[in-house]
Design a protein around this ligand. Structure first.
Ligand code: NDP
Length: 283
């Protein structure tokens, strides 16, 4: 059955479809698998979000992605939430299930999926830099995947402490806040180190975390949520110190793989999607 997806993008995030990496990535998977589906990019202003969701429902769309600034606002227009989306309080993927649109958050799920190719987070001690939307999604999903402990490092204490409280009250992990007011040393017992800040994102590709790189050891896995460019300063530095690394392309590709599975029921080839993105971001 042919179907459409709505990708809600606004303002500076809006790009012609051919240049939008997510559109290119998802459509590449559809072509590869001969799926008669379409993923299109629509710019929706915040005041028309309710109309857009109703329109998607009326037109029989199987679902849609939403990006900033709709990730929280869309919830009031949906019929239910998946477990992690309910805890995170943000939705990036909407799925038609039965008689309603259900909100999911695949950012953190995509991250954990990519991480699992290198290390299973269950029972591990984790240090996460950042407390924004990406950190929220990643930390909740890691906690639900059984991470033993999470040290959350953030510049703004208020957001950092709020996320730590959320993790401690709504998940089984043991979370602790660490203020980021000086160079941070990663404790030697840490097994997974994650950058979930926007530091290093294009065009500020020389952005560096205020982190003592000498505290990274080869026993640690270092992951970065930044996908453009995929080989961030952190990823290159961690590799040079013998760490195993997970770049941000894995998170982006896998959130797409999970979204397509929700919508179409098909497990698509992540490699095709990753190669499409790698060409766009010229890794
Ligand atoms: P937010 O704006 O919600 O959060 C940004 C975070 O980065 C905050 O914790 C902020 O700290 C911190 N930060 C920014 N600049 C600095 C700085 N100079 N020094 C210290 N901390 C800083 O953004 P998101 O969480 O939504 O996104 C973060 C990144 O994650 C994006 O750049 C995006 O590329 C990536 N992302 C990747 C995805 C993927 O699929 N690979 C999916 C979603 C996001 P403070 O609270 O103090 O301001």
């Amino acid at each position: 059955m042919p179907a459409n997806f709505l990708s809600t993008l606004t303002g500076s995030f809006a790009m012609p479809a051919a240049e939008n990496p997510t559109v290119a990535m998802v459509e590449a998977a559809y072509r590869h698998h001969g799926l008669n589906w379409r993923y299109i990019n629509c710019e929706v202003s915040p005041k028309l979000l309710a109309d857009a969701v109703r329109g998607a429902w009326a037109m029989g769309w199987a679902g849609f992605n939403c990006s900033i600034p709709h990730k929280v606002a869309v919830i009031q227009h949906l019929d239910g939430l998946g477990e992690s989306a309910g805890i995170i309080g943000a939705v990036n993927t909407v799925v038609r299930r039965g008689n309603g649109f259900i909100g999911e958050n695949t950012d953190g799920k995509g991250f954990v999926h990519a991480l699992r190719e290198v290390i299973d987070p269950e029972g591990k001690s984790v240090m996460i830099f950042g407390a924004g939307g990406a950190a929220r999604a990643v930390s909740v999903e890691l906690a639900l995947a059984g991470a033993r402990s999470i040290i959350l490092v953030n510049r703004s204490q208020e957001t950092g402490r709020a996320l730590v409280n959320l993790l401690n009250s709504r998940t089984g992990t043991s979370a602790e806040f660490h203020p980021w007011d000086r160079t941070v040393k990663v404790p030697p017992e840490t097994e997974i180190v994650i950058n979930a800040t926007s530091i290093g994102l294009y065009p500020d590709i020389d952005g560096r975390l205020d982190l003592d790189l000498g505290s990274l050891t080869p026993a640690m896995v270092v992951a970065d949520g930044i996908h453009n460019p995929p080989r961030t300063h952190l990823i290159r530095s961690a590799e040079a110190r013998g760490c195993r690394v997970v770049d941000g392309l894995g998170m982006l590709v896998n959130q797409g793989v999970i979204g397509i599975k929700y919508w179409t029921g098909v497990d698509v080839d992540a490699g095709v999607m990753r190669r499409t993105l790698a060409e766009i971001f010229q890794t």
